[in-house]
Design a protein around this ligand. Sequence first.
Ligand code: SF4
Length: 79
Amino acid sequence: MSQVRQAPVSGRRVAQRLAVDWIACDGRGLCAELLPERVGLDEWGYPVLDGQALTADLLPDARRAVAACPKLALRLQPC
Ligand code: SF4
């Protein structure tokens, strides 16, 4: 099981965070590979999000992870 790496939060926070549609997610963990700073995996391979607002420096990678999700299960939402 991988954990979300607790790197020190640096940079300006933005009012967006990641969210998962648990019905759509198939748990293969691509999002954790693309954004390990904020997404870990549980023992079944489903994403574990830290629930924190994203920082501006992570927003481009978060958008890439959202776009790459094969099930359209990962999204950005206001926080
Ligand atoms: S990439 Fe999408 S389908 Fe795959 S684990 Fe992440 S949220 Fe689920």
